[in-house]
Design a protein around this ligand. Structure first.
Ligand code: TYD
Length: 213
């Protein structure tokens, strides 16, 4: 693929278990970039494309499907997120816009490898990794019990007990994926238990160099 300018935007992927508070950090980083005059675009996975909508329908139980199918749909959703001719993030980054994504392929590595081999999930996502690796993946780490408390405060959640086990194993899978890919991926693990503005300042100090032109 052709670069349209030599000033590439940065690509920041936020990761974390549900209830980690990453959305707050994304909002704060976006505000910081706006104050600094850095052009940025925030987005998320699953996307709101037709593929993303199908994923949402499966995840909310309106459409029934196997976990392997969901994992494959996330692969397709991610490629569309990158390459869609209307709002694909690859073209934005090549044009000099920095992109912040709420979740990217490490979510697949962590969430789907609970049910299937992680290597399968990594291989299935290899095209996305070839097209666009994050400048940095920021993992907002929280204790699953505290994540559950946050989820309970903000959302209706009928199966809290089952969810705890899932959060614990997804968090472990994230760490397994970071270890497995430590030679090729740039991962920043931050303490999501910190006060949100203190954490925002700490993240900014560590990533601001990626936005230097
Ligand atoms: P959503 O409520 O949209 O976002 P969040 O929890 O980040 O606020 O739910 C996204 C869910 O999708 C979340 O539980 C993680 C899951 N997920 C996967 O299972 N695989 C993936 O590849 C991605 C990107 C997300």
């Amino acid at each position: 693929m052709q670069k349209t300018t030599n000033k590439r935007g940065a690509f920041i992927a936020f990761e974390g278990i549900d209830g980690s508070g990453k959305s707050t950090q994304i909002t704060l980083l976006k505000q910081r970039l706006q104050r600094e005059g850095i052009k940025c675009y925030t987005t998320c996975e699953p996307t709101d494309s037709p593929i993303g909508s199908l994923i949402h329908q499966i995840m909310t139980g309106r459409v029934l499907s196997d976990n392997k199918v969901i994992a494959a749909l996330f692969v397709a959703d991610r490629l569309d997120h990158l390459l869609n001719p209307t709002n694909g993030i690859y073209a934005k980054i090549m044009d000099g816009t920095s992109v912040i994504s709420d979740r990217y392929y490490f979510s697949s590595y962590a969430y789907h490898s609970v049910d299937m081999p992680m290597d399968w999930v990594i291989d299935a996502n290899s095209q996305s990794a070839e097209i666009l690796r994050p400048s940095v993946t920021i993992f907002v780490d929280v204790n699953p019990d505290n994540a559950l408390k946050r989820i309970a405060k903000t959302r209706f959640h009928p199966e809290l007990f089952e969810t705890r086990e899932r959060l614990v194993s997804v968090r472990e899978k994230y760490f397994e994926a970071f270890e497995k890919l430590k030679d090729v991926e740039n991962v920043l693990i931050v303490d999501g238990e910190k006060e949100e503005h203190i954490l925002e300042a700490e993240i900014w100090e560590k990533i601001k160099a990626y936005f230097a032109h």
